[in-house]
Design a protein around this ligand. Sequence first.
Ligand code: JF8
Length: 239
Amino acid sequence: MQIDVVTIFPEYLAPLRAALLGKAIDKGLISVGVHDLRDWTQDVHKAVDDSPYGGGPGMVMKPDIWGQALDDVCTDSTRLIVPTPAGRPFTQALAHEYASESHLVFACGRYEGIDQRVVDDAARRVRVDEVSIGDYVLVGGEVAVLAIVEAVARLLPGVLGNPKSHAEDSFQDGLLEGPSYTRPEVWRELAVPDVLRSGNHKLINRWRRDQSLVRTFERRPDLLESLPAEAFDKHDRAL
Ligand SMILES: N#Cc1c(-c2ccc3cc[nH]c3c2)n[nH]c1N
């Protein structure tokens, strides 16, 4: 997979080359290109923003600079991802979609965002997603790109040490993961639940499913509402 990121703060994307992703890059599983948007400017000030039409606070990123950058970086097979607070939610399902793509391009906005015509124009040639990583406001798109790239890269074959760990992911079955424990058996007078030390894997699996359902009900009831009835067995319904 080729990942390209266009930003005015290339140094913000340095973590992409660290740890898990760094190993994936070294293995040749991912190629990452980080591009400074200002490289497409022509003026001495390297201006990338201007005042918003209609007035209002802050500045908007200029369409002409972005247009030239995306013309150079995108290809016919590109999926262009534009992080924005106004985007559709980035979810685990979308992460799986992106993991099957050959070329992802991320456009990192700053200021009050990117002139909308950049997205409208790009959509004439490539698939474009405006996505949000959560209902809070960041200062730019770079942090969102780091989150999205990590969520996608870990799904690529060979990136994670244990491919089975995906099966235990939160959201994998539409529910939140339950609690996890490791040694010691008792820590600060808090004991590991007995069932996890029972060796009875049918009971352990049932307990873990129950914990997952209860946690999801308590913290994210919306996830339960979006699951089909057939996602729940008779034991689940008895909870
Ligand atoms: N994704 C996402 C975002 C953002 C975001 C993304 C891009 C820009 C450009 C200027 N400000 C931004 C905020 N805030 N909160 C989110 N969940």
